[in-house]
Ligand binder design. Structure first.
Ligand code: HXC
Ligand code: NAP
Length: 261
């Protein structure tokens, strides 16, 4: 049972990149379960259609899947237009689209580094910028950027996402400063390792898993629901004074780094 009222987000519309899978599908489910309608965005229309149907069945709210590549501003704008056409508003923007793989910096191709920077950092900016113009500047809202803790110290084999997420955190602060006067809060979440996700499948080899968990102060990985619940809090008026800040939700993992391989 949720500690929030089931209708706390009634009348709101969420636009969630990466919402067709993993953590951001969980975030979308929780926002919808609390009254929001949603638009989920990623490259694969097939994946989005399947996810949207499941989310509608689970929550009873409306959900539209729109294919777009966050690296391409014109597809992002088209997705926002589709969201506005269907629902007439966008109040909550979640930037969760990301790309990652383990690779030593010495072996990253120029394009590999650029690809992750483009999805995580430019993609986040593109969505913020388009959502600001088309919806948020007129009526305010919340932008939630999904970050990581990789860059708080330095994480081996993760130079590319570390640089990308550091830039995302910086953007969270800058946009909060500039857009706060318009009633737009810009916040972030930095999850630690979250179980049952593509990120963990890619980054944590099975033989490292038990050792990694043993090093986490709370002695467990996060769940998708942990991040979804925090997202809900940040999207409600319970967090009305929070902006520019990225909240760490990792069971203390980064304090005990190295938490990843
Ligand atoms: C080295 C790699 C590589 C790998 C791809 N590349 N995979 N280099 N090791 N394992 C290189 C390619 O060779 C290519 O460079 C360049 O990266 C672009 O690859 P493409 O496949 O053409 O890119 P694209 O189709 O756009 O796919 C992007 C992707 C892909 C990031 C590579 O994996 C993807 O779509 N990922 C989305 C899902 C995902 O990653 N989810 C996990 C998020 S978890 P060249 O030079 O050959 O052209 C996460 C967790 C953070 O972010 C923190 C956890 C604690
Ligand atoms: P995931 O399921 O793979 O989520 C990434 C999503 O991004 C996918 O739905 C993917 O869908 C979409 N995407 C990728 N490239 C895109 C592009 N160019 N344009 C539009 N959409 C794109 O992985 P996850 O593990 O749940 O991660 C979700 C978020 O949490 C990411 O921001 C990640 O960095 C962050 N995070 C995860 C962990 C973890 O432990 N898993 C820890 C810290 C932070 P398509 O393939 O359909 O495009």
């Amino acid at each position: 049972m949720s500690i929030f009222r089931e209708d706390v987000l009634a009348g709101k519309v969420a636009f969630v990149t990466g919402g067709g899978s993993g953590i951001c599908k969980g975030i979308t489910r929780t926002l919808m379960a609390h009254g929001a309608d949603a638009v989920i965005v990623s490259r694969s229309q097939e994946k989005l259609d399947e996810a949207a149907a499941a989310l509608v069945a689970e929550t009873g709210r409306a959900c539209l899947g729109v294919a777009a590549d966050v690296r391409q501003p014109e597809t992002v704008e088209a997705a926002l237009d589709a969201a506005l056409e269907r629902f007439g508003r966008v109040d909550l923007v979640v930037n969760g689209a990301a790309g990652n793989f383990l690779c030593p910096a010495s072996q990253l191709s120029y394009n590999a580094f650029r690809t992750v920077m483009e999805i995580d950092t430019l993609g986040t900016y593109n969505v913020c910028r388009a959502a600001f113009d088309k919806a948020l500047k007129a009526s305010g809202g919340v932008i939630l950027n999904i970050s990581a803790t990789l860059h708080y110290g330095a994480t081996p084999l993760q130079a590319h996402p570390s640089a990308a997420k550091a830039a995302v955190d910086s953007l969270t602060r800058s946009l909060a400063l500039e857009w706060g006067p318009l009633g737009i809060r810009v916040v972030g979440i930095a999850p630690g390792p979250i179980d049952d996700t593509e990120g963990i499948a890619r980054l944590v080899p099975p033989d490292v898993r038990a050792k990694m968990i043993a090093a986490i102060p709370l002695k467990r990985m996060g769940t998708i629901q942990d991040i979804a619940d925090l997202s809900l809090f940040l999207c409600t008026d319970a967090a009305a004074l929070i902006t520019g800040w990225t909240v760490v939700a990792d069971g203390g993992a980064w304090l005990a780094a190295p938490a990843l391989p």
